[in-house]
Ligand binder design. Structure first.
Ligand code: A2P
Length: 268
């Protein structure tokens, strides 16, 4: 019986990295993070994403994952949703330290400092696992050399989904090296929309009413000095990007930097 249950071993496909999981932490029944070894020679810019898969089939399923760790880190971190019948996440959510994760060799993406014109304040607007690329950007000292103020907004449905972001920012500020760069500059605004004191208030509402700026003690949005990165669901991107446009910001890309950039938080 044990033999019949044993999974067939699939060969590692050519041209991809096969890395070892070093840590797994489950936050809620919908969210977990994992860390794995970083391939020697693998380079990326903080905020970029890669394609991740598992060696559990002849032709593995790959999904885009933002790298949540900064470019200087010796390991790679990812923050993932668990989709019950998701072709990748139904298996990925079961990984344990020691397991193998596949990663395609190229990192890419637009949520990078290079795609933004210089400014004073940087807003990193995220919902759900959309905070992942900002966990990378906010741990990169470069960003604090480019901006006086860095604000992460994280909006989720439930309060317990905000833990990852809260611990992230606490860890940055408490860290001897990162804390020195981020002190007085990094701010977190995290809210739940379906329970607790901010119920019903999406990030778009908080911007529109000005409550976000009041809460942070910052001036209203100014296209001359303010920059934004946006990462969340398709709907969230659309609405938040439209709002940035109304404020006079212009979408940027790697080849043509602008005053805001957008990327979808990819899910199964
Ligand atoms: P809400 O609870 O009002 O739907 P999801 O899990 O659906 O991606 O949602 C994650 C968070 O993003 C939730 O707090 C949700 O709020 C919020 N959200 C969903 N759609 C939008 C949108 N179009 N604009 C801003 N926030 C959104």
């Amino acid at each position: 019986e044990a033999l019949a249950d044993a999974k067939p071993a699939f060969p590692i496909p050519a041209g991809v990295y096969a890395e070892t999981v070093t840590e797994v932490r489950h936050y809620t029944d919908r969210l977990f993070r994992f860390r794995m070894t970083r391939p020697e020679g693998f380079r990326f810019r903080s905020g970029e994403f890669v394609m991740i898969g598992l060696p559990n089939a002849e032709k593995p399923v790959y999904r885009a994952y933002s790298i949540a760790s900064p470019s200087w880190d010796e390991e790679l971190e990812f923050f993932s949703i668990k989709v019950p019948d998701g072709p990748l996440t139904e298996h990925l959510q079961k990984i344990q330290p020691g397991d193998t994760v596949l990663m395609r060799k190229k990192a890419t993406g637009t949520l990078v400092a290079d795609a933004l014109l210089p400014g004073k304040r940087l807003y990193l607007f995220s919902t759900g696992t959309g905070i992942a690329p900002f966990a990378s950007v906010a741990r990169d000292p470069d960003i604090y050399e480019k901006f006086e103020t860095v604000v992460i907004t994280h909006t989720c449905r439930q309060l317990d989904e905000l833990t990852y972001g809260r611990e992230l920012v606490d860890t940055i500020l408490a860290d001897e090296l990162m804390g020195e760069f981020a002190a007085g500059k990094l701010h977190l605004h995290s809210t739940a929309t379906r329970e607790g004191p901010d119920k019903g208030e999406r990030i778009t509402t908080l911007i529109e009413t000005g409550k976000l700026f009041a809460d942070l003690g910052l001036p209203p949005f100014d296209p001359e000095t303010d920059r934004a990165m946006i990462c969340g669901s398709m709907e969230m991107l659309k609405d938040t990007a439209a709002m940035m446009e109304r404020f006079g910001l212009v979408e940027g890309s790697n080849s043509n930097p602008g005053t805001y950039v957008v990327e979808r938080a990819f899910v199964d």
